[in-house]
Design a protein around this ligand. Structure first.
Ligand code: ZN
Length: 108
């Protein structure tokens, strides 16, 4: 198995950077970047940059969403907690509103 993968960014070979220039004078090209494997995890094993990842995701969004479509919203149980705090400079009270996620206790 190869130790490298080609970047999957659809426009990777359009970026004007010196590290993409290959070939001899008169027949030079901008080439898709190679990504060394076993160095990065996740998307950076397949994409040389965030912009290459974003271009891929934008181009193939419909196909990507079909992997795990969401037809109903997700919900996180919360408590909205108001707390009175003392202002340092004039000693007045002010109320802050905090959102705290409810933790679901599980007992094994
Ligand atoms: Zn790239």
């Amino acid at each position: 198995m190869s130790d490298y993968k080609w970047c999957h960014g659809p426009k990777c070979h359009k970026s004007h950077t010196q590290d993409r220039v290959r070939g001899v004078k008169g027949s030079k090209v901008l080439r898709t970047k190679k990504i060394k494997q076993n160095t990065y995890i996740g998307m950076f094993s397949y994409f040389c940059s965030n912009s290459c990842y974003n271009e891929f995701a934008n181009k193939h969004a419909e196909q990507i969403i079909r992997i795990a479509p969401r037809n109903t919203p997700l919900e996180t149980p919360i408590d909205v907690v108001k707390e009175v705090t003392r202002n340092g400079w004039d000693n007045s009270d002010y109320i802050t509103t905090n959102i705290k996620e409810k933790t679901v206790e599980t007992w094994d």
